[in-house]
Design a protein around this ligand. Sequence first.
Ligand SMILES: *Cc1c(COP(=O)(O)O)cnc(C)c1O
Length: 298
Amino acid sequence: MNLPLEFDKVFVQPIMDPVLTERSIEVSVLRIDKLHPVISGNKWFKLKYHLEDAADKDFGTIASFGGAYSNHLAATAFACKEAGLKSVGIIRGERDAHLSHTLQQAEEDGMQLIFVSRNDFKDIKNIKEKLSQPDWYWINTGGYSLLGAKGAAEIFNWIDDSYTHILCAAGTGTMMAGLIKAAKEPQTIIGINSMKNEKLLNDVNDLLSEIEIQKKYALLHDYHFGGFAKHPAALIDFMKRIWHEQQLPTDIVYTAKLLFAAYDLIQKKYFQENSKLMIIHSGGLQGNLSLPPNTLPF
Ligand SMILES: *Cc1c(COP(=O)(O)O)cnc(C)c1O
């Protein structure tokens, strides 16, 4: 599959902060957001094996699920357009007069949007039975599956054994599961839950084998800032701060909360001296376009 992804633009950005020197902690950010503005970061990795599987089985249409801020649907729409596949997005909730930027993007990239009431959306099986066509290949919400996790594990190709902790944002937990699969014995994966969903750890565990479940990982629930896609002023202020201090752009849904958590955990001495952290910048920057103009300096 020939997509316009720029693997050579991915880089490791060191974070410089006096607190880190003081604590002898090294922190870097893996900028996989640089891969592409829309199929940014982790979304490509989660889609990859699904699209291959669909192509192998001769499906012509990819269908998936999401809400108004679904980077997954925007990425799916774009990837399908590039791959010459049709795409369908089943959206939670009624169609708003004003579509979110993320859904506008998906629609512009040719995705057929089908809006389903919040209540009906709870019964995914029923939606599939009602709507499915013979050539539709279904991908779960957020690319959640073993195939999704297998793709996400490849993010680890940029992470060497010297890192003690790998930090990532978690929505469906697919990326986190993939990173756990790829981690080496002494490394710890830390997921920052971007939602209020306390059951998320079960979803992560469901993608792991009995052996992988023994590995070192933790999912932290204290950094959702009020819930999925909520972005109070304190979060926006923090985003401005790390832009000014580190020239690091973050998104309101996932990576800002992740970076905030990393700073907070370092402050609270969560990590021992001489720890070496890799923070995954999983992309999502296009989601910031749903903010009023000029909210952010980047
Ligand atoms: C979708 C997304 C995530 C969440 O990934 P999951 O595999 O669903 O946990 C994290 N960061 C960004 C930027 C995303 O777009």
